[in-house]
Design a protein around this ligand. Structure first.
Ligand code: ADP
Ligand code: MG
Length: 704
């Protein structure tokens, strides 16, 4: 304790920032004071001692105790990184967390974001190889970096954060680290690699054992009691119930901010709107209520707002204002918002599910686990005693909720990971040291898909095409699409489509202006294809002079941010295509923004032939080979008159929907993917008859 106090006093006596050489700002000192009060500060020396003595240390500490923001800085201060040579990485499962925490830590260190402290997320690198010493990265990006630097030699320390979430990428990185750590010991070529495994509540034993009996450092929480309430009856509509509960808290409870958990953007925006609608009329008697949404596709300025203080009383002596944050799971453990006293927990989150039998991965709104529910209620007791309102019954909590969520690796398709591991030279997937190994059927499905796409040969060896695919930070099917597109003379268009598929929703459809939004979208509609509709929207946007684009987007119900992002993603993919020596060719020969629908649809078919549906005589669609009943999503521009369609996404909701659809042609299917549409192993279905006819036509053509 004495040592810690001395350290703090010494830190406060510093006048100049060693990183920049500049005098510290006033803001720096005021944040520093707050940092000293964080629980992890008391454990700084203990942590550093453990890190110096061991290659790997496990840290468990309550959310908000300062793990993510402070521990990487402790490692920096201990001299673990040296500018231009080595760097410390801290992984985050979510993009929002990586960017937001990087910004916070840059503030704490009084440096400019992107210089000494930076972040890297897919398609966005805000760091400087010569300056950055601390980098926040998504776990997926660190995995990609390993593909080019298999010993992660740039890093002297890796902080694996939020390990309890057990995301697919974190699990794979842990497996990789098991291979890397013995090669990065003291005195090895690239120096020792230190690993700190962190989490709010983790099964510490399991992690310690996995990392060869790594020592544990436990940071006790500093939390206040939280009173938990359940509903007496199950709620029919949890969004509506969440809105009602929030307004009720505002009306009846003591001052203190509210955190509401919902599952996604649409729900969150709807709830915010409804809360705002009623809150206005309550302001005079109960104080002002400000509402902030928080989800991943929100622009950074809007994300930062959640940290602003609640409004003051409007008149002296009047009721003080209150802040409500309506958030996805991100506020469960990744980001801590101070001042929360009330939590509203409907008990749901969006979770990945994968069914290897029908090869469908989808995000599904599902009940959370009891562990999540406890984390959520814990958010209410950060600064003083709080209350948590669970919008489900106590019986349901005990009976219906699982104790913990299954790790994502057991709920995901593995094609992307398998391609990455193959690229890393890990051939024996069965003996790879996964903390929880994926189901054999899931691995089989991944190998099968990569084989059909031509990334792996029949022996499971990576092909040249496979290497090229792994260079693209995209799903294997989209990567394949990019790679074949020059053959169809339309790589310029395909790269646009892929970029548009990689960004958040382009077409906005506010509920109260749905009709106007649909009319605006109709201008871009290409009746055969959602993909071509996206392409058209992008081309038109690009023709608009830059200074008029904002207005244009506004008038056409198009998200300008998503468009800017798509343009950026597009340029980055073009950069990779250049490196891979892929031709940039356009089907727009006249140069007027027109394109060849047929060439593009054919190229799409060449990449996506494993996601095809055929319209039955009954009028319903059935996915080909897997025989699942599906309906074209109402947001699609493709009508139900097309016989054959390829689709981007299979969404499991109340109904099986396919989204982002393009019409294709049976003759193309047998021409482009005869190895997939091999009739010998084909289940009996109406599509089979059509495929047989197409093969006959093709053989007649060949004979002629
Ligand atoms: P942990 O990782 O243990 O959950 P963090 O290091 O993320 O904790 O957060 C520690 C504290 O830092 C929080 O309680 C909060 O007060 C503060 N903090 C973190 N990010 C921000 C931010 N963007 N703005 C203001 N305060 C922040
Ligand atoms: Mg954290």
């Amino acid at each position: 304790k004495q040592k810690a106090d001395d350290d703090n006093a010494e830190a406060e006596a510093q006048t100049h920032n060693p990183w920049t050489g500049l005098p510290y700002s006033q803001k720096y000192y005021s944040i520093l004071k707050k940092r000293f009060t964080l629980p992890v500060y008391q454990f700084k020396q203990e942590l550093l001692k453990k890190v110096m003595a061991n290659q790997c240390v496990v840290v468990e500490g309550e959310t908000g105790s300062g793990k993510t923001t402070q521990i990487p800085q402790f490692l920096l201060e201990a001299g673990l990184a040296s500018q231009g040579e080595t760097c410390i990485a801290c992984t985050q499962p979510r993009r929002v967390a990586a960017t937001s925490i990087a910004a916070r830590v840059a503030d704490e260190m009084d440096v400019q974001l992107g210089q000494e402290v930076g972040y890297t997320i897919r398609f966005e690198d805000v760091s400087d190889p010569n300056r950055t010493v601390l980098k926040f990265v998504t776990d997926g990006m660190l995995l990609r970096e390993a593909m080019h630097d298999s010993l992660l030699s740039r890093y002297s320390a890796i902080v694996l954060d939020e390990c309890h979430e057990r995301t697919l990428a974190t699990d794979v990185i842990m497996g990789l680290l098991m291979e890397i750590l013995p090669k990065r010991t003291k005195g090895s070529k690239h120096g020792e690699l230190k690993v700190v495994v962190m989490s709010a509540t983790l099964d510490a034993k399991k992690f310690q054992e996995y990392f060869n009996d790594a020592p544990l450092m436990k940071v006790p929480g500093r939390t206040f009691p939280v009173e938990v309430f359940f509903t007496a009856k199950a709620e029919r509509n949890y969004v509506e119930a969440a809105v009602r509960t929030t307004l009720h808290i505002h009306q009846c409870e003591e001052p203190g901010d509210i955190l509401v958990f919902l599952t996604g953007e649409a729900e969150i925006e709807q709830a915010c709107e409804e809360i705002r609608k009623t809150a206005g009329s309550m302001a005079r008697d109960h104080g002002e209520l400000v509402v902030y949404p928080l989800y991943s596709s929100l622009p950074p300025e809007a994300q930062r707002k959640i940290f602003s203080a609640a409004p003051k009383a409007q008149v002296a002596g009047g009721p003080p204002g209150r802040k409500v944050v309506v958030s996805t799971n991100i506020a469960e453990t990744s980001l801590t918002i101070d001042g929360i006293v009330y939590v509203v927990d409907p008990g749901f989150s969006k979770q990945k599910v994968y069914n290897p039998r029908i090869r469908v991965e989808s995000l599904l709104v599902s009940p959370i686990s009891r562990a999540s529910a406890r984390q959520r209620s814990g958010r209410a007791g950060r600064t003083r005693p709080g209350k948590c309102f669970r919008l489900y019954t106590e019986q349901s909590f005990h009976k219906d909720l699982q104790e913990t969520t299954y790790p994502e690796i057991l709920r995901s398709k593995m094609s992307n990971v398998v391609l990455t591991l193959k690229k890393l030279g890990i051939d024996d997937l069965v003996h790879f040291d996964f903390m929880d190994p994926p189901a054999p059927e899931t691995l089989m499905r991944a190998l099968e898909l990569l084989n059909y796409l031509g990334a792996l040969d029949d022996e499971g060896e990576m092909t040249e095409l496979g290497y090229q695919m792994s260079e693209l930070p995209l799903d294997p099917q989209l990567a394949k699409l990019i790679l074949v597109s020059p053959d169809y003379g339309c790589s310029a268009e395909i790269v646009t489509i892929v970029a548009m598929l990689s960004v958040p929703q382009i077409f906005l459809r506010p509920r109260e202006q749905a009709k106007a939004a649909d009319e605006a979208k109709a201008q871009f509609t290409h009746a055969d294809s959602d993909h071509l509709t996206l392409l058209r929207a992008f081309n038109e946007y690009n023709m608009v002079p830059e200074r008029e684009r904002k207005n244009w987007c506004w008038e056409n119900f198009i998200s300008e941010r998503a468009m800017i992002s798509a343009n950026n993603v597009r340029n980055q993919i073009i950069g990779i295509m250049k490196r891979l020596d892929l031709a940039y060719v356009s089907s727009d020969i006249k140069g007027d923004g027109s394109f060849s629908s047929m060439d593009i649809r054919k190229a799409l078919t060449a990449g996506m032939f494993m996601q095809v549906a055929y319209r039955q005589r009954s009028g319903e669609y059935l996915t080909v080979k897997d025989n699942q009943n599906v309906a074209i999503h109402p947001s699609s521009v493709v009508n139900n008159r097309q016989d054959w369609v390829i689709f981007e996404e299979f969404a499991l909701t109340t109904k099986n929907f396919i989204r982002t659809v393009t019409s294709t042609n049976v003759d193309w299917l047998v021409e482009l993917a005869p190895h997939y549409f091999d009739l010998e192993n084909f289940p009996k279905c109406e599509a089979k008859g059509e495929l047989e006819k197409a093969y006959l036509r093709m053989s007649k053509m060949c004979k002629r």
